[in-house]
Design a protein around this ligand. Structure first.
Ligand code: 6PG
Length: 238
């Protein structure tokens, strides 16, 4: 379902309210809330809003577990780190204990770090499916999401939950949840804003199915809900 908003601020407010609402229900019904965060720039403001009243008072933080949808293979204090961005935007200002925060390891061997993260997920989701209560995603202007970039072999992955990838155009290794892992979520929400996303968004949502070229099309929840929170500039061609 596509929800159009005036601007990024409104998209961020809606995303933060969605986070708080899903967290309250998950904790009430199952005693915990698991979320996989998006990286990049778009979600930062939503994270900041979650660390401020009134929303920070609406989230049962003591039962929240924070994961990442992808990570750049850089040290945790590197300006490119998605972990660092989330810590600065909200996590460092919240009453979360270390064991509630599950970063992907950005240093060392990427393949080993991917296997390590998959092991951590399989321990956390003991029933065999990575059913995150909420997965937040962004979308690049080439229709990538998480670190599922066009043309990569990982787009064909059907069994693993976490893979390491090499992004040649960025000359960077990354770790990413795979499409099968993302699609097990109860709620998946894309946050998309900016005119540079208008054409890829139109192709992803209204164009022919071509996930090799448009990886965001791989995101189709198995038995959950898919939301697109978009600002009007990104929705301009829909
Ligand atoms: C990352 C993100 C990535 C991001 C898109 C959009 O690690 O970069 O996970 O998938 O969501 O690249 O990035 P912006 O929000 O900065 O446009």
């Amino acid at each position: 379902m596509i929800q159009r908003y005036e601007n990024l601020e409104a998209v961020s407010q809606a995303a933060a309210e969605l986070f708080a609402a899903r967290a309250s229900v998950a904790v009430r019904e199952r005693g915990r809330f698991s979320v996989a965060l998006a990286g990049g720039n778009t979600p930062r403001r939503a994270y900041e809003l979650l660390a401020q009243s009134p929303l920070c008072d609406a989230v049962p933080w003591y039962d929240v577990h924070v994961f990442w949808g992808d990570e750049r293979c850089v040290p945790p204090d590197d300006p490119r780190s998605n972990y660092r961005m989330a810590r600065e935007a909200f996590l460092d200002r919240l009453p979360l204990l270390d064991w509630q925060i599950h970063p992907m390891r950005g240093v060392g061997d990427p393949d080993e770090a991917a296997f390590e993260y998959e092991r951590e997920l399989r321990q956390f989701f003991a029933d065999g499916k990575p059913r995150f209560d909420l997965v937040l995603l962004g979308m690049g202007d080439n229709a990538h999401t998480a670190s599922l970039f066009p043309g990569l072999p990982v787009l064909e992955e059907r069994t693993r939950w976490v893979s390491s990838v090499y992004i040649a155009e960025l000359q960077m290794h990354r770790l990413t949840l795979t499409a099968p892992a993302i699609n097990q979520a109860a709620t998946i929400a894309f946050l998309v804003a900016g005119a540079d996303k208008a054409q890829p968004l139109k192709e992803v949502l209204q164009g022919p199915r071509d996930p090799q070229r448009l990886p965001a099309q791989l995101v189709r929840p198995a038995d959950g809900e898919l939301l697109w929170l978009v600002d009007k500039t990104a929705a301009a061609r829909l």
